[in-house]
Design a protein around this ligand. Structure first.
Ligand SMILES: O=C(O)CCC(=O)C(=O)O
Ligand SMILES: [Fe+2]
Length: 218
């Protein structure tokens, strides 16, 4: 969408870069189509059960490695093999890192977590720390705008920055910010660009597992 108020690129914290409007409308549409395919069962989109008995409000489908709190495995909750991580998505991830940092640093993502947020869904402050690699996390947003809370590496509290992530925005966090706490306190329902035909918000995070294909550390 054309912004009335320009949204400049910003380094929110050292190594944490927000690039508004990075994906073209066509790229957003293609990514949405791919998400709709990935969401189908087997190994489709589901709500993650937490060890304490709770259920996450976002719906998630994983590619490459399936995330269960708090590790990665090769099979999904239904026992089916996790869907493959496509080469084109790794290429997109490399382009994203190069856009954020000026070079791709040999980025080789092999995990994607695709999260769907309906109007009520949110995600509490957490660290992405189940990967053995400290390569950057690439985040791509499609659909409704959200408030993305990007905090510090020490704890869930302040200081943090609240950033609005809109459809097509890129956010990369690596380096000193790789283990920063972050979360999504709310989405803004009905703000998705009409051309998408999507109610809600999708977010893809690409990561390097640091795991070999048989599950050991690389
Ligand atoms: O939805 C987002 O923007 C963040 C998702 C996230 O932090 C995660 O999947 O670990
Ligand atoms: Fe995260």
């Amino acid at each position: 969408m054309t912004a009335l108020i320009p949204r400049p690129r910003a380094e929110v914290a050292p190594g944490a870069v927000h690039v508004p409007g990075w994906l073209t409308a066509d790229e957003q549409r293609r990514l949405l189509d791919a998400c709709r395919e990935w969401a189908r069962s087997p190994a489709g989109m589901r709500q993650t059960r937490l060890p304490g008995g709770g259920v996450m409000s976002v719906r998630t489908v994983c590619l490459g490695w399936h995330w269960v709190p708090y590790r990665y495995q090769r099979t999904a909750d239904d026992g089916a093999p996790v869907k493959p991580f496509p080469a084109w998505l790794a290429d997109l991830g490399r382009r994203a890192v190069a856009t954020a940092y000026g070079h791709d640093g040999g980025y080789r993502p092999d995990i994607a977590l695709v999260n769907f947020y309906d109007a009520e869904a949110r995600m509490g402050q957490h660290q992405d720390k189940d990967e053995r690699s400290l390569a950057p996390v690439v985040s791509l947003s499609i659909g409704d705008t959200c408030v993305f809370r990007f905090g510090n590496t020490r704890d869930r509290g302040r200081p943090w920055s609240d950033v609005q992530l809109e459809s097509g925005d890129l956010f990369v966090f690596g380096g000193e910010s790789r283990l920063a706490y972050h979360g999504v306190p709310k989405t803004l329902p009905g703000t998705a660009p009409p051309f998408l035909g999507l109610r809600g918000r999708l977010n893809l995070t690409l990561r390097e597992s640091g795991l070999s294909p048989d599950g050991g550390a690389v």
